[in-house]
Unconditional design. Sequence first.
Length: 116
Amino acid sequence: MKGLRIKRIYERAEPADGFRILVDRLWPRGVSKKEAGIDLWLKDAAPSTGLRQWFHSGNKEWQEFRHKYLLELKDNPAADELAELIKQHKTVTLLYAAKDEHQNHALVLKEFVDSK
């Protein structure tokens, strides 16, 4: 059974993570490339720079961010690339650096991919 998981990049890499994909546009602070243990950095799957800056500007309107990001993903070739990678691997873990585990772009990305 194929699985798609999400996990903070700051958590330890585990064999159960399977194929590890960093889905942040910027490299996470304080994490070396060796420590990260990523198989792929798919930065184009992250929200656009403008959307990311808007969300982090203090206007943190989660539902509006979610809606705008889902619209971006509809026309994003990286989302198709991600779907292909999921087909190729038993387990894929999307890695993100955000502190908020309940409101972050990786959750929206997983929701988008799961809906296809």
